[in-house]
Design a protein around this ligand. Structure first.
Ligand SMILES: NC(=O)C1=CN([C@@H]2O[C@H](COP(=O)(O)OP(=O)(O)OC[C@H]3O[C@@H](n4cnc5c(N)ncnc54)[C@H](OP(=O)(O)O)[C@@H]3O)[C@@H](O)[C@H]2O)C=CC1
Ligand SMILES: CC[C@](O)(C(C)=O)C(=O)O
Length: 341
């Protein structure tokens, strides 16, 4: 089994006392800055003027421009949206890099696909939480954490691995487990997971289930509860006790249906298409398309996004969730300063 690092395995000494600039204060940025700061690290936030800047100041941070914060820092964590990183890096981070600095990412995309080419005299590593930033913060506050990967791309100081582990511990990752990876592995598996399973695969599965029921004449409210709301309850059981643990809690009728019908939905053809998706990621075809889409100001992204928001599952979901005060979009309430809003 791969080595998994927990709090007791990690000495934060190498990172303590260093100046850390967290660049960006969105989903990941606010979580890293707050968790590191509460773990006793010296954090400055680097931003442009705007909503994130106001929020970070409200949260008590010393906020500077990206250039000022990174010029002064020893460790620079880049938590801007991937698509804006190359431009901001070139203009505001790269010119001030000093030998022995550490340049850090939470996703390997730009380094792996050569959109950011760091100089040879700095450490380069990634610390990638395996979960949304708002949960990195929420679990940390609850005394828990989200697992994280770390990977070293360049080790100039001889301390890159220790720094990465200390950073991962500082954001709470080592409460759940920290694993070593490479930029290639993190980038390719992360893109695959979000496209084929976690975001793309799942939202398509939920919509297809909802549409199948409503098109057959069933009430949209029933279809929503069945295909979306209950999904969280089932996934919670898997999260806590694996697929077998989930099957312990469901009825034997549901378990038999799982065995005989699940493979009719996700079959060998689905897996073949998953392999195609992985191949597009590995060859750089997906990255090329996404980079080009951004260069064109995202015409397809915006068109699809607008259409998706109009799906009937969103309307019925909004009405039903309004009646459940315990179901709140905490991520929107806690941190509003995000380019995604
Ligand atoms: N979202 C997640 O949970 C995960 C993200 N990651 C990685 O973390 C990184 C950050 O992603 P994420 O947290 O989703 O990003 P968000 O979109 O949530 O946040 C982006 C932040 O960057 C700021 N920003 C955007 N453009 C600029 C600019 N030109 N100059 C200065 N600040 C700017 C925004 O501020 P403003 O308010 O001014 O727009 C905002 O604070 C990415 O590499 C991503 O792949 C990794 C794991 C999970
Ligand atoms: C699943 C999406 C993710 O990869 C994540 C939260 O880990 C992302 O990049 O946002």
């Amino acid at each position: 089994m791969a080595k998994v690092y927990y709090n007791g395995d990690i000495n934060e000494g190498t990172l303590k006392g260093k100046k850390i600039a967290v660049i960006g204060y969105g989903s990941q940025g606010h979580a890293h800055a707050l968790n590191l700061s509460e773990s006793g690290f010296d954090v400055t936030v680097g931003l442009r003027k705007g909503r994130s800047w106001d929020q970070a100041e409200k949260d008590g941070f010393d906020v500077k421009t990206v250039k000022e914060a990174s010029d002064e820092a020893d460790v620079i964590m880049v938590l801007l949206p991937d698509e804006y990183q190359p431009e901001v890096y070139k203009a505001e981070i790269e010119p001030g890099l000093r030998a022995g600095n550490a340049l850090v990412f939470a996703h390997g995309f730009n380094v792996h696909f050569n959109q950011v080419v760091p100089p040879a005299n700095v450490d380069v590593f990634l610390v990638a939480p395996k979960g949304p930033g708002h949960l990195v913060r929420r679990t940390f506050e609850d005394g828990a954490g989200v697992p994280a990967l770390f990977g070293v791309y360049q080790d100039v100081s001889g301390n890159a691995k220790e720094l990465a582990l200390a950073y991962a511990k500082g954001i709470g990752g080592a409460r759940a487990g920290v694993l070593e990876t490479s930029f290639k592995e993190e980038t390719e598996t992360d893109l695959f997971g979000e496209q084929a399973v976690l975001c793309g695969g799942l939202s398509s599965l939920v919509k297809a289930g909802f549409e199948t029921l409503t098109e057959a004449g069933y009430q949209p409210e029933v279809a929503y509860f069945e295909c979306l709301h209950e999904l969280k309850l089932i996934v919670d059981l898997m999260y806590e006790d694996g697929i077998a643990g989930m099957r312990y809690s469901i009825s034997d009728t549901a378990q038999w249906g799982d065995f005989v019908s699940g493979p009719r939905v996700v079959d060998a053809d689905t897996k073949a298409r998953m392999k195609d998706i992985l191949e597009d990621i590995q060859t750089g075809k997906f990255a090329k398309g996404w980079i080009l889409e951004n260069k064109l100001n995202r015409p397809e992204f915006h068109a699809i996004n607008e259409k998706e928001k109009q799906h009937p599952i969103e309307q019925v979901g909004k009405e039903l969730r309004a009646m459940m005060p315990f179901v709140k979009p905490k991520s929107k309430k806690e941190v509003v300063a995000s380019a995604k809003d």
